[in-house]
Ligand binder design. Structure first.
Ligand code: ZN
Ligand code: ZN
Length: 227
């Protein structure tokens, strides 16, 4: 209680730069830090988000991912990585602050009909321990801004994780880690906080397609660039 009293009396500090925080700043991050977050390049592949001169990039031409299009806001590095980690570790108010960026990026999908928004599910024990799933919070906020319906369409399948497993078997595990909760709508926007290898998004997309989705668009707050 003393701590919270001290906190209340001290001037608020930006979560990223520790500079003093103007009252009008968003979710504990100062405007300068919001502006300075590393963005994905404008010339990004519409299918995987990597920088490219051609659409889709050569890698997507040779082995296209199962989803239709991909969009992300930030490059998962530097302060954007810090922001995502804060978001994962208790700062759930960041969902609302990040949602307008996601919604703006989702407009590049140029959807002609309303899709259903869903999210990459967490393992139930982890969801319980953290109290929220950051991908679910982002999905809820985007659905609200876009007036799209939102639904939980996927769940995690329990899988025994063992140390020292080969890369291939871990990859196979991810591929089998998700199953549909029921029949899927035809058009789905799948939301996640961070996309790294794309293996999780691919596994989720395949599970959605098994249950009736015809087209899936992947929307992420941040993407780890391969470079
Ligand atoms: Zn700042
Ligand atoms: Zn690509």
């Amino acid at each position: 209680m003393v701590d919270s009293l001290v906190q209340a009396l001290l001037p608020a500090r930006c979560l990223l730069c520790r500079g003093s925080l103007p009252v009008a700043s968003s979710a504990g991050v100062c405007n300068a830090c919001w502006q300075a977050l590393p963005r994905l390049p404008d010339a990004a592949c519409e299918t995987c988000g990597e920088p490219t001169e051609v659409q889709p990039c050569l890698s997507c031409q040779t082995s296209p991912p199962p989803w239709r299009r991909f969009a992300a806001v930030f490059a998962y590095e530097g302060s954007a990585r810090e922001l995502v980690l804060l978001f994962k570790n208790g700062r759930d108010e960041l969902a609302r602050a990040c949602a307008p960026y996601l919604w703006r990026r989702a407009q590049s999908f140029a959807l002609s009909e309303k899709p259903t928004v869903t999210f990459v599910p967490m393992r139930p024990w982890r969801r319980l321990r953290r109290g929220y799933n950051q991908a679910e919070l982002l999905a809820t906020e985007v659905a609200r801004l876009a007036s799209w319906p939102q639904k939980k369409l996927l769940r995690r399948v329990a899988s025994g994780t063992q140390k020292g497993q080969s890369r291939t078997s871990r990859h196979e595990q991810v591929a089998r880690a998700f199953e549909p909760t029921g029949p899927s709508p035809q058009r789905v926007v799948l939301v996640d906080d961070v996309v790294t290898t794309g293996a999780t998004a691919a596994a989720c997309t395949r599970a959605l397609k098994r249950s009736g989705a015809k087209e899936v668009w992947v929307l992420a707050l941040a993407k780890a660039l391969k470079r």
